[in-house]
Design a protein around this ligand. Structure first.
Ligand code: NI
Length: 187
């Protein structure tokens, strides 16, 4: 089922998501719904708070960016992926920048600096413990989505100057003046 995506200004995007204790049929249903919602919106990542949920869960599918099994020169695990209770246990000192977007903040892209590689522990769709060393774009998506679980948006990483430049558009968006080619839950 395609779920409406909550938009900038909605308090649910600022809440801290809660650890998941056990795999339930309802949670498995959420994974499927989040994958479907992400695909429908042409996204490569989606976090539970974006669909109004409070579980520490995000989904990733970087398939559209993979060439010959690789992305940014690194092997990519089978896609799509589910991350439950993810934790970053290591990050590289080297940072890279990229113009990020977010399905909850339609039509705005801004340059964000992040560590180029991270090690993350998590549980997968079967609730099995996993550890992954991610690099390049996959590492970026994981960091962006994990931020969502802590109520952090990519706009929190840009300069005060850039935020001021976007102030009016963001105020409009928070007021419900927003449109996208996928269903939105406007506050
Ligand atoms: Ni996002």
């Amino acid at each position: 089922m395609i779920l409406p995506i909550h938009v900038y200004g909605d308090p649910v995007l600022r809440d801290e998501a809660q650890d998941v204790d056990a795999l339930t049929p309802e949670l498995t249903r959420l994974f499927a719904d989040m994958h479907e919602t992400m695909r429908n919106a042409d996204g490569i990542g989606l976090a539970a708070p974006q669909v109004g949920r409070s579980e520490r869960v995000f989904v990733v599918d970087v398939t559209p960016l993979v060439e010959n099994g690789k992305l940014d020169g690194a092997e990519v695990p089978p896609q799509p992926m589910v991350f439950v209770n993810p934790e970053i246990t290591w990050e590289s000192d080297v940072e890279t920048d990229y113009e990020e977007g977010c399905l909850s903040i339609p039509d705005i892209r801004e340059k964000v600096w992040r560590p180029d590689a991270v090690r993350v522990t998590y549980r997968d769709a079967d609730f099995a413990e996993q550890e992954l060393l991610a690099e390049g774009m996959l590492a970026r998506v994981i960091q962006h989505e994990l931020d969502h679980l802590d109520g952090v948006l990519f706009l929190d990483h840009i300069s005060a100057f850039r935020r001021r430049m976007l102030q009016r558009r963001l105020r409009d968006m928070a007021a419900g003046n927003v449109d996208a080619e996928y269903p939105l839950a406007v506050a």
